[in-house]
Design a protein around this ligand. Structure first.
Ligand code: BES
Ligand code: MN
Ligand code: ZN
Length: 498
């Protein structure tokens, strides 16, 4: 979809559709008011008849409204004016775009971006309008023999800003929103692909493709012999039961004019998690194709910052393999030596994410990073703790955690800080190795983070457990593209701070 920014009166737009808001209860927004005046009170007449109350997300499509130059006027309910915040703004945009996509309009001019949202500037409204619009029209149909056709899909959206002086900020915000959306689309596509297509080898190919699309991204792919030479015993223990070859993907984006230490993003890339010998129950196991969504979000974040030509130094590390069971598979009680030299007793082969991440976290040391963020669908316990709303944020640096939480708030891709206190470390004790890969059931998300913390002593580090946020279940089953918005927003804020 294409986006442009404009400033002007709604009644004067030559467009297939002009979209204006109505507050609950029956209160016209300024742009709806302008349409009303131009049409000699047609809009208020309709509202008086009770066809549009202004309930959040409701819509009413009007054709050939006299006094206006557009083919259609779409009224969108905004809810109570004093409650109009981030969530409500995004819901209004979503309802409008979904409806537009189903009408005959190829394009439209949206005035909802002129409405005031508490604490937010016009740039925020434009960026989020773009992201929500792109998210609303996303479909994953590449595996269907006959994609469901949208008759006349929405191709172009014009977003209105209140003043001409807002145009340049609006254009920059639209570019940001579009880059983040492209990153999210990439993360969604990779997440949604089944594990028989999206193998570790496939992910490595897609990484190279990304490097071709954006030559600023240098891509290196390590194969088994190199992974062995590095001594990545934890990673190798996970891939052992699988016939698919593992890969260790390195993305390097060095565009900061200053010799600046890089930020390292590490993504869990388990292309399918059966649990291994500690096998998972059958119900819903298909969802474990999403166990590479952390990796996908690193790809997506790179895509976003490269598209924006950000002046940053960022490294991406993606350990990727399958967690399978076979005669070669790692067995409960097996002890392996990680790249860090620490030995691990693998008491449960289903706690594999932390094993592949631990070696990647050790590998990250060579960059002398300014900060390392790992992103992983790590624990079912995290889903129980925070549900599908917030990602778990763990960090050994409070300022890093705060910055990520703030970025998540801005991006409407929120995180919630979880504790990493030493008291939680005790459960990992082992009688046979330096420590075990699991503790008891209680606080499972936290003890998983504690395990990782044993490999991150040399730098500022944060861990995002996205088990509850990376994909949706049920009727809308599919990858969400999270936490690309949080990560991209955090990185772009760093660029701004330089
Ligand atoms: N990939 C799973 C975590 C997961 C489970 C994410 C369900 C989303 C939904 C991870 O590898 C895993 O299996 N974790 C185990 C750890 C346990 C064995 C300590 C879990 O959470 O059950
Ligand atoms: Mn597992
Ligand atoms: Zn897993």
């Amino acid at each position: 979809m294409e986006f442009t920014i404009k400033s002007g009166s709604p009644e004067k737009q030559r467009s297939a559709c002009v979209v204006v808001g109505v507050f609950d209860n029956r209160k016209l927004s300024l742009s709806a008011e302008l349409i009303d005046r131009a049409s000699n009170g047609y809009v208020s007449e309709i509202i008086r008849r009770g066809d549009m109350e202004g309930k959040l997300g409701s819509t009413l499509l009007l054709h050939s409204v006299r006094g206006t130059l557009a083919d259609r006027v779409l009224l969108v309910g905004l809810g109570k004016e004093r409650d109009f915040r981030d969530k409500e703004f995004r819901q209004a945009i979503r309802s409008a775009v979904k409806l537009l996509n189903e009408t005959g309009s190829y394009e439209a001019v949206i005035y909802l971006t002129e409405e005031k949202v508490k604490r937010r500037e016009v740039a925020w409204r434009v960026e989020h309008a773009v992201i929500v619009a792109m998210d609303s029209v996303y479909r994953f149909e590449q595996m269907k023999s006959e994609p469901t056709e949208v008759r006349r899909p929405l191709r172009k959206l014009t977003l209105s800003v209140p003043q001409r002086s807002d145009l340049s900020a609006g254009e920059a915000a639209a570019a940001r929103g579009l880059a983040i959306s492209h990153g999210m689309d990439l993360a969604k596509d990779l997440g949604n692909l089944p594990s028989n297509v999206c193998t570790p080898t496939y992910l490595a190919e897609r990484a190279k493709e990304l490097g071709q699309l954006f030559p600023e991204i240098k891509v290196t792919v390590l194969e088994r012999p190199q992974i062995e030479a590095l001594g990545m015993g934890s990673f190798l223990a996970v891939t052992k039961g699988s016939d698919e070859a593992p890969r260790f993907i390195v993305l390097e984006y060095e565009q900061s004019p200053r010799k600046q230490k890089p930020v390292v993003l590490v993504g869990k890339g388990i292309t399918f998690d059966t649990g291994g010998i500690s096998i998972k129950p059958a119900a819903d196991m298909d969802q474990m194709k999403f166990d590479m969504c952390g990796a996908a979000s690193v790809f997506g974040t790179f895509r976003a910052i490269a598209e924006l030509k950000s002046k940053l130094n960022v490294v991406g590390l993606i350990p990727t393999c399958e967690n399978m069971l076979s005669g070669h598979a790692t067995k409960p009680g097996d002890i392996v030596k990680s790249m860090s030299g620490q030995t691990v007793e693998i008491l449960n082969t289903d706690a594999e994410g932390r094993l592949i991440l631990s070696d990647a976290l050790t590998y990250a040391e060579r960059y002398e990073p300014q900060a390392v963020i790992d992103v992983a669908t790590l624990t079912g316990a995290m889903v129980i703790a925070l549900g599908h709303v917030a990602s778990g944020v763990f960090s050994n640096s409070d300022s890093l955690a705060r910055a990520l939480l703030a970025a998540g708030d801005d991006a409407y891709d929120r995180g919630w800080q979880m504790p990493l206190w030493d008291d939680y470390q005790e459960g990992l004790a082992s009688n046979f190795a330096d420590f075990a890969n699991i503790a008891g059931r209680a606080g499972g998300g936290i003890t998983a983070a504690c395990f990782l913390s044993r490999f991150t002593k040399k730098y500022d580090w944060a861990h995002l457990d996205i088990a509850g946020t990376a994909w949706k279940e049920g009727k809308e089953k599919g990858a969400t593209g999270r936490p690309v918005p949080m990560l991209a927003t955090w990185l772009l804020a760093q660029e701004g701070a330089l």
